[in-house]
Design a protein around this ligand. Structure first.
Ligand code: GLA
Length: 743
């Protein structure tokens, strides 16, 4: 999988992709190719591809000693601004107030065939024999710096993982001012820059920008990957669709501030970069100290958006999420948040859980409000002990009662936060991230952020959580994080003479440290990530928690857009969905139970509504729905997900499908948001995954694969004139399910 050609060209390839690196005339690492697999190639081929003979006009040459050579028009692996290249680069280092002119030259490389999982740092991993990595050791002799750049290639995956590590070999202190995880230089092939952006309650909608000469970027400076933007980005040639188009995508295995940027130059060359946001970041390196970037993933597919989803989801499931959760069905959850909010006690919740048990729930999750004196969202964060008014016999006794019902038990924590009135804050006001003037500390949802760059803070929260987890024999944690970081100042870092510009990264390392400690002690616990809904839906969190609460908006119509965006970069199995009340609590929209269920069943299913407010018929229906879900649970969690209709431009109709290649079984769901007056009765949705020469049972009808693939499933008939009876679906918010089986 990794071949060295003629000592200066490095050919990384597998069944799907090829990646070619070569050494430039000045000793720097050059990029030759990334994309569809090239098969056997020789050093002559690489030389042909990378010839520097036809120079571009108007460039500054790298040096007098190398004729006609400029970095500005070269595709590079480690681009650095000001080295005869004028575009933004990935790395900037200073000594005192002066920026250094960096010049990293190839020294050696090593190849490894293993990549074990290490709980301390979120990164990709693989079983032995499934991965090969090459690390280039580059040195800047003048500045006495060493840069190690690593690329990993995985068996049968269209993904490359890469990261870089800098070591200060000199005696003088150096400061890293910018250190992105990697760059991809290539031709702009009429690309659009696709990103997943939005806000609280409407996270990760698909957005696009045309790319022309200039810079386009998205990022976060909120201390979290954020509701507004996501580190997953893609380059999509205009005219691509669900089934075709050479798509290049990138993602970062990281949960903090990030920057994703593309820059197109005067020759229509494009550079895509991703990494820790250089704003509000610097890192001091003493002699022999190192800094390692988070890992960046580069994905390639020639099969449009459906190909992209297959790639990103298989990669996350096999190489990011813990193998324990691989193809392991998740419990169907009943969460009490939208059922009771803060108004509950032991008796009331137990009654709810018993009702849940009757309809087929597997796990009861007690959300916010069980600890301290938490009667509203302004108090008690940081005091992780039960509220005796609500749990007179203790939370352990409540957990026992839940377990005795034959249910798993889950609890909500918001470990990184503290309320100003809590016991923890009274004892340790110095533990919050804050402005030094106490009259001007920013506050969000009535809470402060704990200083997770301070190991003593992490330890305190860990000890508190550990006690509760052990005493309740907890199965499930919902790990929330409800406000972003402002005034990023840590008294602990100041006391230890560490620059405050290191805070954001040290904070997120502290969060990972707490995950590591909890999961080392309780490896079987299922953690659901959450950040005011989807404010931290990223691969760093997925490394520790196999599923994430994607949005505080549980309205099925909004979820159609959130889910369609999210699944471009993340697996279906990571996307928790709950059936909630109608009218919906966030947008007050009235939808049918059928519509809410059909949307929520794609991914790990749950319920979040007051079962005592439902009619007998509705409870019976939910019981039947859970049985239906369980029948198809593996398919709906781990099956390959397909978009059957155009999703990019906020469509009115969605066709979602999951299909299992082995059992040849699938489910197709058709959703229509607003009804169309007097619509055509000849509308079809093509089914790309069926085999033409086979026949299929489609809701009991025997239909040819040729018909399904080339013409499609006939869309549900929506006759909406005076005689409504003959319509299959009518009115707004329509949904329709098809069971599909190859015969
Ligand atoms: C956040 C979460 C919700 C719920 C509340 C509880 O908003 O996203 O799901 O847990 O907190 O306060």
């Amino acid at each position: 999988m990794i071949e060295v050609l003629n000592k200066e060209m490095f050919y990384l390839y597998n069944e799907k992709i090829s990646y070619v690196i070569h050494i430039l005339p000045n000793g720097h690492l050059g990029h030759a190719y990334f994309g569809k697999k090239l098969g056997t190639i020789t050093s002559e081929d690489v030389r042909y591809l990378t010839s520097t003979e036809s120079k571009s006009a108007g460039t500054v040459k790298f040096s007098q000693t190398i004729p006609n050579f400029s970095l500005h028009d070269q595709y590079q692996e480690v681009p650095i601004y000001g080295t005869s290249d004028f575009k933004d680069g990935t790395l900037k280092v200073a000594e005192g107030d002066d920026s250094l002119y960096l010049d990293f030259q190839y020294i050696s490389h090593t190849i490894k065939k293993e990549k074990p999982r290490n709980l301390a740092v979120p990164a990709s991993f693989a079983e032995d024999g499934q991965v090969e990595s090459i690390t280039f050791c580059l040195e800047d002799p003048f500045n006495q710096l060493r840069l190690e750049v690593t690329y990993s290639l995985f068996k049968n995956r269209g993904t490359i993982a890469r990261g870089q590590k800098l070591t200060n070999l000199g005696e003088k202190k150096r400061k890293l001012l910018r250190f992105l995880s990697g760059a991809l230089d290539m031709k702009n092939q009429n690309f659009e820059f696709l990103h997943l952006s939005g806000a609280w309650l409407k996270e990760r909608h698909i957005k696009r920008h045309s790319l022309t000469q200039g810079t386009v970027s998205v990022g976060s400076l909120k201390g979290a990957s954020s509701h507004q933007h996501n580190p997953f980005v893609a380059l999509l040639p205009k005219g691509s669709d669900n089934q075709q188009g050479e798509v290049y995508a990138a993602n970062l295995i990281y949960s903090g501030n990030f920057l994703a940027q593309t820059e197109v130059d005067e020759w229509n060359n494009l550079r895509m970069m991703l990494g820790i946001h250089p704003e509000c970041f610097s890192w001091e390196l003493e002699q022999n100290a190192t800094f390692e970037t988070p890992e960046m993933l580069l994905h390639y597919t020639s099969e449009g958006l459906n190909g992209l989803m297959a790639e990103t989801s298989a990669f996350a499931e096999k190489h990011v999420i813990h193998p324990k959760w691989y193809r392991r069905n998740r419990p169907v959850v009943l969460n009490n948040w939208e059922a009771t909010y803060f108004d509950f006690d032991h008796k009331k919740l137990l009654a709810l859980a018993m009702e849940g048990k009757k309809i087929g729930i597997d796990c009861f999750v007690l959300d916010d409000g069980w600890f301290g004196q938490r009667d509203n969202d302004r108090v008690s964060l940081g005091d992780w002990f039960e509220d005796p008014r609500k749990f007179p016999k203790g939370i352990a006794a409540f957990g026992k009662d839940i377990h005795e019902l034959g249910l798993q038990f889950g609890l909500w924590f918001e470990p990184e936060m503290v309320s100003p009135t809590s016991e923890l804050y009274t004892k340790h006001p110095e533990w919050v991230v804050r402005h030094t003037d106490s009259s001007r500390i920013a506050i969000g949802r009535g809470q402060y952020v704990l200083d997770f760059s301070n190991p003593a803070v992490v330890e305190n929260i860990y000890e508190q959580m550990k006690k509760i987890i052990s005493s309740t024999d907890l199965d499930y944690i919902k790990w929330d994080m409800n406000r972003n970081i402002t005034q990023a100042y840590s008294a602990y870092l100041a006391d230890n003479q560490v620059n405050q510009t290191e805070f954001f990264h040290r904070y997120i390392l502290g969060v990972y440290r707490l995950y590591e400690k909890i999961l080392s002690d309780f490896p079987d616990i299922l953690i659901e990530g959450c950040a005011g809904g989807g404010g931290r839906y990223d691969l760093g969190i997925l490394f520790y928690s196999p599923q994430i609460w994607p949005s505080d908006d549980s309205d099925p119509i909004e979820r159609l857009a959130i889910q369609s965006g999210t699944l471009l970069g993340y697996p279906l199995s990571s996307f928790s969905n709950h059936v909630s009340a109608a009218p919906n609590h966030q947008v007050r929209r009235q939808t049918s139970l059928e519509m809410r269920t059909n949307v929520a069943m794609f991914g790990p299913l749950g319920y979040e509504l007051n079962l005592f407010e439902l009619s007998k018929n509705e409870l019976e229906q939910i019981k039947t729905d859970i049985l239906f879900y369980k029948k198809y649970q593996s398919l709906l969690t781990f099956g390959r997900f397909y978009q059957l209709t155009e999703v990019i431009d906020q469509p009115n109709e969605y066709g979602w499908a999951v299909f299992d290649e082995e059992s040849r079984e699938g489910l197709v769901c058709f959703f229509r948001i607003l009804t169309e007056a007097n619509s055509s009765n000849r509308e079809f949705i093509k089914v790309p995954f069926v085999r033409e020469n086979k026949r299929y049972s489609l809701n009991g009808e025997n239909i040819s694969g040729n018909i399904l693939k080339k013409i499609g499933i006939r869309k549900p008939y929506q006759f909406n004139s005076v005689n409504g009876e003959i319509a299959q679906v009518a009115g707004d918010y329509q949904s329709f399910v098809y069971e599909l089986q190859e015969l």
